[in-house]
Design a protein around this ligand. Structure first.
Ligand code: ATP
Ligand code: MG
Length: 566
């Protein structure tokens, strides 16, 4: 497995982000014996998205650059929302991004017994109690940050009774919601999370790993800090919403563990992306309602969607490095992500000729029944990519929009009387066209200048160069032209309007019977190409040699503003 160093993505960039600064200060002071141990802790309740990807790159990147380790831990405390499908997808996504977690995959559920034992200890120490009140009452008694909360009538229950009741909760004697275990902290704290938070609730649901062993489940807040502690995490990097949880995590560790080593929580701001939504709830809604073709639809901001669209792990890591970390939440322009994709694909994607909206061209001066093999470069950015040969014939296809009858002066593509070069082949001149009853061009007739074959021509240059494929030799394919899923920069940011109101109805255009150069018959799902002059494309997972399907990753240039207003 390839290992990634933060520095690799940022050559020469020596300035440290605020998290690196903290780590380096601590290393200099000899804290934790020089260990750096981070973790990425997803909840398996959805697929990972590009925001998670930045967090993955950050956590694994920090471990790599300080010779440390990074755990992958599933925070699987809520059996009602979690599925193994999500676990499998998360494992695949982290690996695909190029990272390998330390040791085995961890699960918060690995610690259920330890957490339970600790809960009994808190009960015996008079620091936790069973509350018989329903959730709504408990929540109302918490009041607001400016008024003190109301203490539960069960708050002073004695330890033995609490222990008996807690064990009966564990043994399945109560229905869901009948009782909870709460920490006894401070009902007047200005931090609402310290107002006797719930530690355990009853859920008669099987768990994906512990099956029906438990019918009480620890709350996330009672689990997270101790899980970090048990794994020896030194730097618990998380998003800003957990800042207010930090005193609670610390409170539990103070009660339960000896003084000394503590994971240090460091918060950073979420990274959002324009023209999409990042909430798992909204993404799930798009999947369930069939707005998209699953979690890996190429329009989704999920890692699996980006992969299916043709993004490379390198481009996503480069994006994460460019975005960096900060304390202020920002929406990163999606064009930065697209830029990163283009930059990498430009270096690695073989060039091929593909005509998405073909129109027939007959080169009348060229002999019939003749096939000539012309040599073209596979990638001008990469000399080692070599060359390939394409069949040139009397009948070819070009892109319909590359011909214009009444062309403006600056139109350097094909128009009657004008010369253009067919990439890798000859200079041709359009003489006349044939149309159907609707006035649509059906055939373009050209002549060629036989002395201008690419590579051997006498240096004659013309303004326009077009891509083309031989009509007789071309293979057919379907091309899915994806666009942004939403028309609004921040679809989830409108209080009055549902985010789905902002869906872009033109986010997918399917082009069938596209014409491709013959070598593409060997293209396999996941292969990436630059269709010359059109953009970057990736073979879809559904593609078969006799029914090729390509997804557009990105165009060659930033074109959204144009497309958005068309
Ligand atoms: P949920 O509401 O289900 O908790 P979540 O997006 O926080 O959604 P988690 O599985 O808890 O999902 O996220 C795993 C990790 O990824 C967390 O540490 C979280 O802070 C981080 N993370 C989530 N979204 C982003 C984001 N947009 N930018 C950066 N980090 C993120
Ligand atoms: Mg979360």
């Amino acid at each position: 497995m390839e290992s990634i160093h933060v520095g690799d993505e940022n050559p020469g960039g020596k300035s440290l982000n605020f998290i690196e600064q903290i780590i380096e200060e601590e290393l200099a002071a000899g804290k934790n014996g020089g260990r750096v141990h981070t973790r990425f802790p997803p909840e398996p309740n959805g697929y990972l998205h590009i925001g998670h990807a930045t967090s993955i790159c950050l956590n694994f990147g920090l471990a790599a650059s300080y010779g440390g380790r990074c755990n992958l831990r599933f925070d699987d405390t809520n059996p009602s929302k979690e599925e193994t499908e999500y676990i499998d997808s998360i494992l695949a996504d982290v690996r695909w991004l190029g990272f390998q977690w330390d040791g085995e995959v961890r699960y918060a559920s690995d610690y259920f017994q330890q957490l339970y034992d600790w809960a009994e200890r808190l009960i015996l120490d008079g620091k936790a109690y069973v509350d018989d009140q329903p959730a709504e009452v408990i929540s109302a008694q918490r009041a607001t940050p400016t008024e003190p909360g109301v203490e539960s009538p069960f708050r002073e229950r004695d330890a033995d009774e609490n222990l008996r009741l807690f064990r009966r909760m564990r043994d399945g004697e109560f229905a869901a919601g009948e009782r909870v275990l709460r920490a006894k902290i401070d009902m007047t704290s200005p931090n609402m999370l310290l107002r006797d938070p719930i530690m355990y609730r009853i859920m008669h649901l099987p768990h994906h790993r512990t099956a029906d062993k438990w019918c009480i489940y620890p709350m996330y807040d009672y689990t997270h800090g101790q899980s970090d502690y048990l794994e020896g995490i030194t730097h618990s990097v998380c998003t800003l919403e957990f800042e207010v949880h930090r005193p609670l995590y610390n409170w539990f560790l103070e009660q339960l563990t000896p003084a000394g080593y503590r994971p240090r929580q460091i918060e950073f701001a979420r990274r959002n992306l324009t023209y999409t939504v990042m909430s798992k709830r909204m993404l799930l809604q798009l999947v369930r309602e069939g707005v998209v073709d699953g979690w890996d639809d190429p329009r989704m901001p999920t890692i699996s969607g980006l992969r299916r669209a043709g993004y490379t792990p390198e481009s996503i890591r480069a994006f994460a490095a460019k975005v960096g970390v900060a304390r202020r939440e920002i929406a990163v322009d999606v064009s930065l992500l697209e830029f990163c994709a283009r930059e990498h694909l430009n270096r690695i994607a073989p060039r091929v000729m593909a005509v998405i909206d073909p129109v027939r061209v007959v080169v009348e001066s060229y002999p019939e029944d003749h096939t000539e093999w012309v040599e073209v470069e596979n990638n001008p950015e990469d000399a080692s990519a070599g060359t390939r040969r394409l069949p040139f014939t009397r009948e070819i296809f070009i892109e319909r929009e590359d011909f214009m009858e009444d062309a403006p002066k600056k139109f350097f593509r094909m128009t009657i009387g004008n010369e253009v070069r067919l990439k890798g082949a000859y200079i041709v001149k359009c003489e006349r066209v044939e149309k159907d009853e609707q006035g649509r061009v059906t055939t373009i007739y050209c002549t060629h200048d036989a002395s201008t074959r690419s590579g051997s021509d006498g240096g004659r240059k013309v303004k326009g160069t077009l891509h083309w494929v031989s009509a007789g030799e071309a293979i057919e394919a379907e091309v899915r032209l994806y666009d942004r899923l939403f028309k609004d920069e921040d679809p989830a940011g409108h209080k009055e309007v549902d985010f789905k109101e902002f869906l872009n109805e033109n986010s997918l255009r399917v082009a069938r019977h596209c014409k491709m150069e013959p070598g593409l018959v060997n293209a396999r799902p996941g292969d990436r190409f630059q269709f010359q002059r059109l953009g970057y494309f990736c073979v879809d997972k559904s593609s078969r040699p006799d029914a090729l399907v390509f997804n557009r990753t990105v165009g060659l240039k930033e074109t959204w503003s144009k497309q958005n207003t068309r």
